[in-house]
Design a protein around this ligand. Structure first.
Ligand SMILES: [Zn+2]
Length: 264
């Protein structure tokens, strides 16, 4: 089994603040990246112990959220900003069988989710797809579900785990912190987080072998409604063929191919 690991910074145990930790200018940003890298490495260890042959780590946090110097020696990392076009990244990802997400947070608007946001904490207010509120978990899982890759494991904040379980029957999850409010949480220790993530990775592979998790697929056509905090963000859809401005801050994007809609 070949595994592609999507990663994020905001669902890491011990990371609670946008301004101090997840924004690149934050005074504890490098420490946060090292905490995230160690959680990802714990998952890599578990996957290799469970017999996986190839593990690719994708640095998914906006400006980058991992610490390459500490990466697991047997893993590879897809990283760098600006990111490669999706069509180029897809040629790398097509070699992988399943995907997982490490360090995930819940979608924008979940009041008790620590560091809740969707894609950009500074620009996107909300996303809905075919009238269902979605966040980064659904975006990633639907995008890869459309080409037959299931999400078999997710770790991060408790509300993110619940969201994954609601979306994907059979997904294994590990919560390393419980959000209290947007920038407050109860975290387990870094040691505990790593041991839970390691054990969960082994469990996820074993469960998937015994009862394969289905790729997440929704029926089209697709209507994505994207609401921004500020009007200038919606301005860029002016003249875009499949996009319609609903009001100053809101655009509607339509299409038959979910992979062309989800991140439009
Ligand atoms: Zn995120």
């Amino acid at each position: 089994m070949k595994i592609a690991i999507m990663t994020d910074l905001e669902g890491t145990a011990g990371v609670t603040s946008f301004h101090e930790e997840t924004y690149p200018e934050g005074r504890h940003h490098i420490l946060a990246r090292q905490l995230a890298m160690a959680e990802v490495n714990a998952a890599v260890d578990g996957f290799l112990e469970a017999g996986c042959s190839d593990v690719l780590i994708i640095d998914g946090h906006g400006p980058g959220g991992l610490w390459f110097e500490h990466m697991h020696p047997e893993a590879k990392m897809l990283h760098g900003r600006p990111t490669a076009p999706r069509s180029v990244r897809d040629t790398v990802l097509q070699d992988y069988d399943v995907t997982v997400i490490i360090g995930q947070h819940a979608m924008s608007g979940v009041a008790t989710s620590n560091l809740n946001h969707t894609q950009s904490s500074r620009s996107i207010y909300s996303l809905t797809l075919n009238d269902r509120p979605i966040g980064e978990i659904a975006q990633w899982t639907l995008y890869h579900g459309a080409v037959g890759m299931p999400l078999i494991y997710l770790t991060g904040e408790e509300a993110a785990c619940t969201a994954a379980e609601d979306l994907v029957p059979g997904v294994a999850t590990v919560a390393v912190k419980r959000g209290l409010s947007r920038e407050s949480a109860v975290s387990v220790s870094k040691e505990k987080a790593r041991s839970m993530i390691h054990a969960g990775a082994i469990r996820a592979v074993e469960q998937h072998r015994a009862r394969p998790v289905a790729p997440l697929v929704w029926d089209g056509p697709f209507v994505l409604v994207k609401r921004y905090f500020h009007t200038h963000e919606a301005d860029r859809y002016d003249g875009v063929a499949n996009a319609e401005r609903l009001d100053g801050q809101t655009v509607r994007i339509t299409g038959e191919d979910i992979r062309q809609v989800l991140y439009a």
